[in-house]
Design a protein around this ligand. Sequence first.
Ligand SMILES: [Mg+2]
Ligand SMILES: [Zn+2]
Length: 217
Amino acid sequence: MKSADEGCGIELTKDLSQIEGLSTADAAVELCGGVFSDRDGVMNEGINVDGPANFRLLRGVKEAFEKLKAAGKKYGVITNQGGLGEDIDGKIAWPSHPLTREALAAIHAEMKKQLGPKAQPDVIKFCPHLTKAKCKCRKPQPAMLLEAAAEMNVDPRKSYMIGDRVTDIECGINAGAVGIFVLTGHDSENERKLLPDGTLVFPSVVEAIDWILEQPA
Ligand SMILES: [Mg+2]
Ligand SMILES: [Zn+2]
């Protein structure tokens, strides 16, 4: 089986990056693309996830990400968690915020458990900020995706961002990736009307991943 580190120059990049003054661009190392996925409404039932007890992966998600990883692709979870209610300085700006950092950590532990050992995400990024914090990480801004891509050593311009909201698609486009919309979100029919022209649409992440794996690497 082909691993993610074969044929993408990943090991080579690591070595070259240690050489002073030589950037990855100078070395012209080709990186592979990866996959980025929103969490709520894409991987799990998206409503009121405030603790591990109400986190449930959608049907087929575990198997779909197992297939993706078995094909040697890396993936990252990119999620806005404004329920944490934080301002840009990390202080709580929403007194009745429905989510705590501890609960979020427990939810992500539960997510990893339900995904199982063969479908683990390579990176999980969350934005804890309220919209009014005007941070650089909250989708549709691309910062979380770009940071995750750097950590995963993948090229965002060869990557895909799967989401159930227009802001997910815009985040992907803003990072140079291809946005893929799925219809498993709770407001997907309304969101769908606002999509940029030409956005790919699939019933769920299962079909989206099948399609990604058919594309030339
Ligand atoms: Mg979502
Ligand atoms: Zn943020």
